[in-house]
Design a protein around this ligand. Structure first.
Ligand SMILES: Cc1ncc(COP(=O)(O)O)c(C=O)c1O
Length: 366
């Protein structure tokens, strides 16, 4: 890591070193064009190549079926909170949402602009420390779709199985913080979206993967910039796209393929998470936030015995080159975000520090 530290940021997050090095070159001169990637028109043959390779590599990585379109938009994952009901929720109908944290709530709070929202499962009463399942889930009678946040970045919980889709409803998933962290069957979804800035690239671009039959048939008339179908048909460049974000996402897809694809990602992600969780499970100084069966391989949330010790932990970790470990203000404590590009050695370094810290401060808990 030489002059770089271990960056546990939840997003924008660390990127693969080889991708950053390639980008350094391509910013100066890409494809021997004599022009850097930041300076090319989004309508020329070089950006055609970037667009088509990014789409094709994304399809290969995720094994995305042909009846699904791959495209990208701006406005962050947050814009999808209104885009989804605008495109998919007919007036008077209801959509079912899982309430599993802040990002889920942001989506829930936008639905009323277009139709009705039904919370089909909630872990709010337990500070979102688990994923509602079994008899904690009650769907509405005839939902248009069922939306869930597949990984709850702030809480450190992750759906291990997809929710049910009653009647002719379909699944919508906010996969911002665990997309392409492991193999997933994308044919099971009507729409998936993910802000790129965790597992896929830089901030400013949102990846969408949607069934063509759904995105081509919005339930109401919409402004052009809100039409999924048009955006997909125009290859994400109806207007000027975030060209660098698209390029970098493409480089990340190439990196995932070179590393062995999603099976390899899942294996290494499991190993990395296990390094930290195994340690947390072996002691009683640090307390995990998420219940064991629902904990995330991407965002690991835990606390010291007191808020003062949390603060000290974050300060001392930072001084050791373990940065951005503060938990989100919603739950406090610590959060270690260890997305695809985060190195295993960083997880080992964190555990070594956690051991030292617990040893030195154990007396303070009495
Ligand atoms: C799961 C999830 N959804 C949505 C968002 C919001 O993304 P954006 O800031 O790109 O709008 C985030 C941001 O961290 C997130 O983690």
């Amino acid at each position: 890591m030489s002059d770089r530290v271990y960056n546990f940021s939840a997003g924008p997050a660390c990127l693969p070193e080889s991708v950053l090095k390639q980008a350094q070159k391509d910013i100066w001169n890409i494809f021997d064009s004599g022009i850097g990637v930041l300076e090319h028109s989004h309508r020329n043959k070089y950006f055609d190549r970037i667009t088509h390779e990014t789409e094709a590599d994304c399809r290969t990585v995720g094994n995305i079926p042909d009846d699904m379109a791959i495209f990208w938009m701006q406005g962050g994952a947050t814009s999808q909170c209104y885009m989804v009901p605008a495109n998919f929720l007919p007036e008077g109908r209801t959509a079912d949402y899982f309430q599993t944290g802040k990002w889920a709530n942001d989506s829930i709070n936008e639905v009323h602009h277009y139709g009705n929202v039904h919370i089909c499962g909630s872990s709010k009463d337990a500070t979102y420390n688990h994923i509602p399942k079994g008899d904690q889930v009650k769907n509405s009678d005839n939902p248009a779709y069922v939306q869930f946040t597949s990984n709850n970045t702030i809480m450190g919980t992750e759906f291990k199985a997809n929710p049910a889709t009653p009647g002719d409803s379909f699944l919508v998933a906010d996969m911002s913080s665990n997309i392409y962290s492991r193999p997933m069957d994308f044919s099971q979804y009507g729409l998936v979206y993910a802000g790129a800035q965790k597992n896929l690239g830089p901030a400013g671009v949102t990846l969408l993967i949607g069934k063509k039959s759904l995105i081509d048939n919005p339930v109401r008339e919409l402004p052009k910039m809100m039409q999924y179908g048009l955006c997909a048909k125009k290859e994400g460049r109806y207007n000027t796209p975030p060209t660098f974000g698209v390029y970098l996402m493409g480089q990340v897809f190439k990196w995932i393929l070179a590393e062995g694809g999603l099976t390899a990602m899942a294996e290494i992600n499991r190993e990395k998470a296990a390094i930290i969780y195994d340690f947390i499970d072996s002691q009683d100084f640090f307390t995990p936030h998420a219940i064991t069966e629902d904990r995330s391989d991407m965002n690991i949330t835990f606390k010291c015995p007191s808020a003062e010790l949390d603060k000290l932990f974050i300060e001392q970790a930072d001084a050791r080159g373990l940065t951005t470990l503060a938990g989100h203000r919603a739950i406090g404590g610590m959060r270690a975000s260890i997305y695809n590009a985060f190195p295993k050695a960083g997880c080992e370094a964190l555990v070594a520090f956690m051991k030292d810290f617990a040893h030195v401060n154990a007396g303070a808990t009495a």
